[in-house]
Design a protein around this ligand. Structure first.
Ligand SMILES: [Zn+2]
Length: 418
């Protein structure tokens, strides 16, 4: 399969109008006026062409709970609403269908890869492979019984079997200890022993309350605790980091761990604002995520970029913090090594945005437009691994109505009226 994208304004590596030739899933050539035969030709005049966005922290299947319990603090929201409903309604079918809904929502917003932590993650992998999106999956590990695993040991052996079954160019498998407040020190150590050399994702420093709990119960702040137990590595992704103090930043940098900023979910749960401008000054890699739809309540990465930039400016009292290009770069940083750039030899993970909206009129600087004016409805075409998933704002060979119908049908049991 080959694709030729003609006359698009290509961002980041080129910043000029050129053509892109894609073959066997890879970007083969980027230059002006490519004259080659291709199975598919996309006219990208009046479009910007960019590496697809990445949503680095999600709980995809939680789309079922979107709008079900709003306006609550994190612990109340989790303990009194989310955990009880998960115990009742989360099963294989729910994860498969509701994850698919979220994947379509993400692709509609220009996202080509994600990192997910939830239950029955084999269903997330299956859904992703069917839809064509790439991702890192992680079976959530906690000290209590989950809908998919009876114990920490159970979740660990499940992680190993997910690795055997799904680890590939499109799906990577991580260890996903939920947090320091849902796991004992012994459990965290057990996970650490198994996870050495693997990708680890964990919620960390999401609130100051979480820090207080760690200090009281385990004698250390979450980041220091993770470090002591060998869970803070160059393959660790720390979601949230709202309560990161200078010592936490120093330790994160020392171990080369990555930070995932989740601005809108943190605002909605009144958790606070992560000091991303400070974290970036320390050369720590930062990616951006939405969290699940139950605490956001959408998976719109373009919205997150704007929110992140604006709130970092206000907390730093520095209008130059998180400028448009830095913001864009953060949103297009990939979880996959050969992705995140429009570069020859890289995977063809490409988003095309049509500049036909009011927000795109006029256009001086595409980075400014993407960081401060664009929205996900402007996305026209999404290609992942050289396969067109969305074309001219329509899904290719995917019945989105059927997926929406199934989710609505499931949500009726929880009291949804539509
Ligand atoms: Zn989360």
């Amino acid at each position: 399969m080959s694709i030729l994208i003609k006359n698009g304004y290509c961002l980041k590596e080129k910043d000029e109008i050129c053509d892109i030739f894609i073959e066997n899933g890879k970007i083969k050539k980027i230059e002006k006026d490519i004259n080659k035969q291709a199975d598919e030709i996309i006219d990208a005049s009046n479009c910007i062409v960019l590496p697809s966005f990445c949503n680095a922290h999600t709980h995809l299947a939680m789309s079922l709970f979107r709008g079900m319990a709003d306006d609550l603090a994190l612990m109340d929201w989790l303990n009194n609403h989310i955990f009880p409903n998960e115990a009742k309604y989360v099963n294989k079918e729910m994860v498969y269908i509701c994850s698919k809904l979220s994947m379509l929502e993400m692709i509609r917003g220009g996202v080509g890869c994600f990192m997910d932590m939830y239950f029955f993650e084999e269903e997330v992998a299956k859904a992703a492979l069917e839809i064509g999106i790439k991702g890192i999956i992680g079976e959530g590990i906690v000290d209590f019984e989950t809908p998919s695993c009876k114990s920490v040991d159970d979740a660990l052996s499940k992680t190993e079997s997910l690795k055997r079954e799904f680890e590939s160019e499109k799906i990577k498998v991580s260890f996903a200890p939920h947090s320091t407040y849902t796991l004992s020190k012994d459990s965290l150590k057990k996970i650490s022993d198994k996870a050495q050399g693997s990708i680890i994702q964990i919620h960390a420093n999401e609130t100051t309350g979480e820090v207080d709990m760690a200090l009281k119960d385990k004698g250390k702040r979450p980041i220091a605790l993770l470090d002591e137990l060998g869970l803070l590595t160059d393959k660790t992704y720390l979601a949230h980091c709202v309560a990161h103090n200078d010592n936490d930043i120093e330790l994160t940098k020392k171990r080369n761990a990555k930070v995932i900023n989740v601005p809108q979910s943190n605002l909605k749960l009144a958790s606070g604002i992560a000091p991303i401008y400070k974290i970036l000054k320390n050369d720590i890699e930062v990616l951006i995520g939405t969290d699940g739809s139950a605490s956001n309540n959408n998976l719109d990465i373009i919205e997150e970029l704007r929110t992140m930039s604006l709130i970092q400016k206000i907390i730093s009292m520095d209008e130059t913090a998180l400028n448009a290009k830095d913001t864009f770069n953060m949103g297009t940083k990939s979880l996959f090594e050969d992705s995140g750039k429009l570069k020859e030899g890289f995977s063809a993970d490409i988003t095309i945005i049509k500049l036909d909206s009011f927000e795109a009129t006029p256009m001086y600087d595409p980075y400014s437009y993407l960081a401060y004016a664009a929205n996900s409805r402007d996305v026209s075409t999404v290609i992942v691994d050289g396969k067109i998933i969305l074309k001219d704002r329509k899904f290719v060979n995917i019945d989105e109505e059927e997926i929406k119908f199934k989710v609505k049908d499931m949500a009726k049991k929880l009291g949804a009226w539509h």
